[in-house]
Design a protein around this ligand. Structure first.
Ligand SMILES: [Zn+2]
Length: 436
């Protein structure tokens, strides 16, 4: 049972009367018989909304609801009824809850092997930007309209839900509530959640976009975090120091942005990761975070990242049509430690790229998507991680309008805006020895 890591280690520790996680786990009884369900809907407590659920190959059965409080119910072709109930200070779950949570967080349900395009001898960059967006649009339409649907409950969103998936967090909250241990998934998250502004700079030609984004942020008195590359280009020293002097944070976006970092030997991964501090020696002691280009990821990369950086911003909460196909994502809106002990701050909000170039929305429509997704994430007390590229704001001016509207909303709502390093520190990240 995997209760001593992940958000479990913080959420459960925070709620444990005995100050350990085992005492929480010992009060949750899980069933290990039943059938795997791939397309189900669940409902949480009194909330009438249905959410997509997939047992990720784990067996599911219903539990006896007589004399119990039903916390979660399930509807599917295979299994329908009570899924999680509370009775006499204990919780009974109709599936191996802790294992399921771990499968979501570790993305073991996703094939994270090297995508074909990053194995080609030419760079993916050779396919023009707009052509790639068009291909993704076609792929999305095929998934939505052409692929044969299973009969029964297959209509409706699939797991993990897009653009926000909080099913893991809601499930955990219900379990804790059933144990009378409170509502909040993680008690030391501020009740209204936190917003983090991040930017990945993919090309040096995006430099004018940096100032355009900063101008908007200054208007709303906000600072942000910037991912830069170490080998594909060098950001001019003056640009680096001016961001740092303004109170912004700089994290590593990797080496070349070629999608290959997760699939190299450990020695080459470490060489490329450490190269960041050779390219930008002035960022030793400042840069503590990393997000891999293209959100490419593997367990091997994570374990190398852990030797060089204090936290990782790579995995998306939910992604459609990224490097790993139709669906992927860690399905949580909270930072969490992975199996090896690396702190992840997931990308919880929909990316600028998909909204502007794949869905081709207007500025107000994009802002509405961000506000609605952020409202969901913050409503769960989570960390709303926003990403907009300086590269993309030079390609589409609607993104600047959308960003301005989004930040105005955040300011008017009085939302807590933090740098990733501050959030990581709050979640207990400790410095590694790279900065010496
Ligand atoms: Zn990038």
């Amino acid at each position: 049972m995997l209760v001593d890591r992940g958000p479990l280690s913080s959420a459960y520790l925070a709620h444990s009367p005995a100050g350990d996680v085992a005492s929480i786990a010992s009060r949750v009884d899980v069933r290990r018989r039943g059938v795997a369900v791939g397309s189900a809907r669940v409902r949480f407590g009194a909330d009438p909304r249905a959410h997509a659920f997939d047992s990720l190959e784990l067996p599911v059965g219903t539990v006896d609801a007589a004399g119990a409080e039903v916390l979660v119910s399930i509807e599917s072709d295979e299994v329908t009824g009570a899924l999680v109930v509370a009775r006499d200070g204990r919780v009974e779950a109709g599936f191996p809850f802790f294992d399921w949570e771990a499968r979501c967080l570790d993305e073991t349900y996703v094939d994270l092997s090297q995508p074909l395009y990053s194995r080609l001898p030419v760079s993916y960059g050779i396919v023009p930007f707009m052509a790639r967006a068009a291909l993704l649009r076609v792929a999305g339409a095929v998934r939505t309209h052409v692929l044969p649907k299973k009969k029964g409950v297959s209509a409706g969103p699939s797991f993990p839900e897009y653009p926000v998936c909080g099913v893991v967090d809601r499930m955990r909250t219900e379990v804790l509530r059933g144990l009378s241990l409170g509502e909040a998934p993680i008690s030391f998250t501020r009740p209204r959640g936190t917003l983090v502004l991040s930017h990945d700079m993919d090309e040096l030609s995006a430099l004018p976009g940096v100032e355009k984004l900063r101008a908007i942020e200054r208007r709303h008195a906000m600072t942000s975090s910037w991912g830069i590359l170490s080998e594909k280009y060098r950001m001019p020293r003056a640009s680096v120091t001016s961001l740092v002097d303004e109170g912004c944070e700089i994290f590593s976006h990797g080496y070349l942005h070629d999608g290959r970092l997760p699939y190299l030997s450990r020695a080459e991964q470490l060489r490329r990761l450490r190269h960041f501090f050779e390219a930008y020696p002035m960022l030793r002691g400042h840069t503590r975070g990393f997000r891999c280009g293209q959100l490419a990821r593997s367990r091997s990369l994570y374990s190398a990242v852990q030797q060089v950086f204090d936290y990782d911003l790579t995995p998306p909460t939910t992604e459609r049509g990224g490097p790993y196909g139709a669906r992927s994502g860690v399905s949580t809106v909270f930072p969490f430690w992975n199996e090896g002990g690396l702190l992840h701050l997931p990308l919880t909000l929909p990316q600028d790229y998909f909204l502007a170039f794949v869905e081709r929305l207007s500025g107000p429509e994009i802002a509405d998507r961000w506000i609605s997704a952020a409202t969901d994430v913050l409503g769960m007390g989570g960390v709303a991680m926003h990403l907009i590229h300086p590269d993309n704001v030079l390609r589409s001016s609607v993104l600047l309008d959308a960003y301005d509207r989004f930040l105005r909303w955040a300011r008017d709502e009085g939302i807590d805006v933090r740098l990733p390093g501050e959030v990581a520190q709050r979640f207990g990240a400790r410095p590694v020895a790279h900065a010496v």
